[in-house]
Design a protein around this ligand. Structure first.
Ligand code: ADP
Length: 274
């Protein structure tokens, strides 16, 4: 590690003391490199769907506009790519807001289980369409169990994890959300029987734009930002997220969220000391 030290004497007298500013140059360089990588990655990701839109539009304008069959097919592709651009921009904005610390979430005591069950139901249509079984296992966790989190943040975390589980699990597999009681925390696992993640990639999948298989992720509509968003959101509610996976067998994402010890009634009563 490289440290640079700058000393500034106070009031003209060195004996009066000094303000020492420590810059961890290694960290600064790393941050600058991450920023440059992000700009390069983001530009590339934005350019890819834009290039497709441009190519389809040019072909339509050149010759395909009057061919009914080609016409519709190309317009559908343009529509898909526009959706992808839109999702990418939404994810980038979400991440930028989270990283700049502009909290727009209001973390407050919230019943976790009904929220998780509702979140899971929102994915039933996609799971059915793929012939996947989708199950919610409350385990021994009390339906009244509270965590301190904004509902929207919880939804975003588990929507992203369920979305991935469904996306990366081939037809007729299974996806389940299993809850259990940890020490002072609720543990929620999203488990799938999908393609899995090679061991070397596992520590990197929470990085922005990191994907095991870029082509496959793009084809499935991924932006490469979902897990980076999950990581930020989980730490904003003082939780932890981890992955365990074996290629060909499936993946298990474990989210641990501290449990709020009070009751919802006491939590919403301003006179309560809880
Ligand atoms: P993406 O939009 O590409 O899915 P994410 O940030 O959500 O981006 O995930 C990063 C990468 O981690 C994915 O591209 C994929 O390679 C891998 N991944 C995430 N979840 C799973 C899963 N349930 N099964 C297999 N691979 C996964």
């Amino acid at each position: 590690r490289t440290l640079s030290v700058r000393g500034t004497p106070l009031h003209g007298s060195p004996a009066a003391g000094a303000v020492l500013v420590f810059h961890d140059v290694t960290d600064l360089r790393r941050l600058e490199r991450m920023r440059q990588d992000f700009v390069a990655n983001a530009s590339h990701e934005l350019k890819t769907p834009l290039a497709s839109i441009k190519a389809y539009t040019e072909t339509l304008l050149d010759w395909a506009l009057h061919d009914e069959g080609v016409n519709r097919r190309y317009l559908e592709r343009i529509d898909e790519q526009a959706d992808r651009l839109n999702q990418l921009i939404l994810d980038m904005l979400s991440l930028a807001r989270l990283e700049s610390g502009q909290e727009f979430y209001e973390h407050r005591p919230t019943r976790l289980l009904p929220l998780l069950a509702d979140c899971l139901e929102g994915h039933r249509g996609r799971a059915d369409a793929k012939g996947l079984s989708l199950a919610f296992e409350p385990g021994g966790v009390d339906a009244e169990a509270l965590v301190v989190a904004d509902e929207e943040a919880i939804r975003q975390i588990f929507d992203n994890l369920l979305d991935n589980a469904i996306k990366y699990t081939p037809e007729s597999g299974s996806v389940r959300m299993a809850c259990s009681q940890g020490e002072g925390a609720v543990i929620v696992e999203v488990v799938d029987t999908g393609i899995g993640i090679p061991r070397d990639d596992q520590p990197r999948i929470f990085e922005r734009f990191y994907r095991v298989d870029k082509a496959r992720s793009r084809e499935l509509g991924g932006t490469g930002l979902g897990l980076a968003i999950v990581k930020h959101l989980v730490s904003s509610i003082r939780g932890q997220v981890a992955v365990a996976s074996r290629p060909g067998s499936g993946s298990r994402f474990t989210v641990t969220i501290p449990r709020y010890p009070g009751t919802l009634h006491a939590a919403s009563d301003p006179r309560s000391p809880a």
